[in-house]
Design a protein around this ligand. Structure first.
Ligand code: HEM
Length: 401
């Protein structure tokens, strides 16, 4: 039988996972090893922390797994049937249709936009000024995703789309924290608010579909039903905004703590930041049939999850796992040990875009200025759907030199 906490220990584990999820996941790996199993509410879960098993679920035996689980059903309340939440034939067809929009050459063509948008932000900074980098990066990545999807500055247009995306994000966080999340169909104030924001965001996106501007990711979605296009666009906005903002905030904090790395290659700095602070801390799959993982049988219907947070600091696969060392990426990591974007046919469609965007922003920032952490601020993580910084992160602007 797969090992794991039982009885009172299982209850303690659940409380631990609620109060300190990242620490609890690490303790589970230390106490039980690379595979374990426990019940959370009515649901039995298997956790795997063995890169080869992760590689098997995501890639080698991916046909045996889908996303039929409470977590993805809940995400579906927000994202409809976009690429993250769809499954089977619908997912396969949509992924094939959308893939060309994220082709390397098309994403490379966004570099001038990324540089300009970053330079416009920098032009508002003065040496000596103290800025909240977390908030600045949220604003910057919203402007960039708006340009990439619609060729528009969402903030400057001020049609409410930025505010609606952030409100939807807040609503998602609240529901995911609940032990018994219910679909937002009740006549309560919170559910009404959710439905209103959702309607508003859909209407705003529908308007953009009717009045397309330029050549962008939206134009690559022509030919699919409008409702499907809206689901895909909401998915891109929610998946491609805060994740990149978090990466940038953590990277800037790490560079301030390790100034010698400011001259290093920013692409490697981004990868090392994604290792230490993976924006998606946990993800999982549902087994369509029996399988064998880490030498244990796994039953049909079993939910199997893993955690980039744990895998990326697994002492068997990383030397000095807590250290910030971008040069470790001079070598390829062991397959399945570095999965900030998952892997296999359902890996993040925006991975090349996200890394290019973060790398280009950091390079542009470095050319113009240095950001220094105001001392006394711990790098505290708020583990929500994404691992985001807790509150503001204050940094001082200095001219580059
Ligand atoms: C650093 C930034 C990002 C990280 C860490 C990240 C991470 C991930 C992860 C872990 C998954 C797999 C989720 C799962 O299996 O449930 C995923 C899927 C996805 N991501 Fe990202 N992502 C990032 C940026 C983006 C961007 C910029 C976009 C689009 C503009 C995007 C769009 C998507 C989509 C559409 C999927 C679903 C793919 C599929 O199942 O076919 N992501 N992402």
């Amino acid at each position: 039988m797969i090992p794991g906490p039982r009885g009172w220990t299982a209850l303690r584990t659940i409380l631990d996972l609620r109060s300190d999820p990242l620490g609890a996941l690490i303790r589970l790996q230390r106490n039980y090893g690379n595979i374990l199993n426990f019940r959370y509410g009515l649901v039995s879960r298997v956790l795997i922390f063995e890169p080869a098993a992760v590689q098997r679920v995501l890639q080698d035996n991916h046909l045996n797994y889908d996303k039929n689980s409470p977590f993805y059903h809940m995400l579906g309340w927000f994202l409809g049937k976009g690429l993250i939440t769809s499954d089977g034939e619908l997912h396969k067809r949509q992924r094939r249709l959308i893939q060309p929009a994220f082709h390397k050459a098309r994403i490379d063509a966004l570099i001038p936009m990324i540089v300009q948008t970053t330079q416009a932000m920098i032009s508002n900074f003065r040496p000596g000024q103290i800025i909240d980098v977390a908030a600045e990066m949220i604003g910057l990545t919203l402007r960039m995703i708006g340009q990439a999807l619609f060729s528009e500055n969402l903030e400057a247009k001020d049609d409410g789309i930025g505010a609606a995306v952030e409100e939807l994000q807040r609503q998602m966080q609240q529901r995911f924290r609940s032990l018994f999340p219910l679909p937002p169909v009740l006549p309560t104030a919170q559910d009404r608010r959710f439905r209103a924001v959702n309607r508003q965001l859909r209407a705003l996106i529908a308007r953009k579909i009717q009045n397309p501007q330029g050549d962008n990711i939206l134009s690559a979605l022509h030919g699919m039903p409008v409702e499907q296009r809206i689901d895909e666009l909401i998915t891109f906005m929610l998946a491609g905004h805060e994740t990149v903002a978090n990466t940038l905030t953590w990277a800037l904090a790490l560079l301030s703590r390790h100034p010698a790395q400011r001259d290093n290659d920013m692409h490697r700095v981004v990868l090392e930041t994604l290792r230490l602070f993976p924006p998606v801390g946990v993800f999982g799959r549902h087994a369509l049939g029996p399988d064998e993982l880490c030498g244990y049988p796994v039953a049909k219907g079993q939910l199997v999850s893993t955690s980039p947070w744990v895998l990326h600091r697994h002492p068997d696969y990383w030397s000095n796992p807590e250290g910030f060392d971008p040069d470790r990426f001079l070598q390829e990591p062991v397959k399945g040990s570095f999965v900030p974007f998952a892997a296999g046919p359902r890996q993040c469609i925006g991975n090349y875009f996200a890394v290019l965007e973060a790398t280009t922003v950091l390079q542009t920032l470095q050319q113009h200025l240095q950001l220094e952490l105001i001392p006394g601020q711990p790098l505290e993580i708020d583990p929500q759907i994404t691992l985001r910084p807790r509150g503001a992160l204050w940094m001082k602007v200095r001219a580059a030199g």
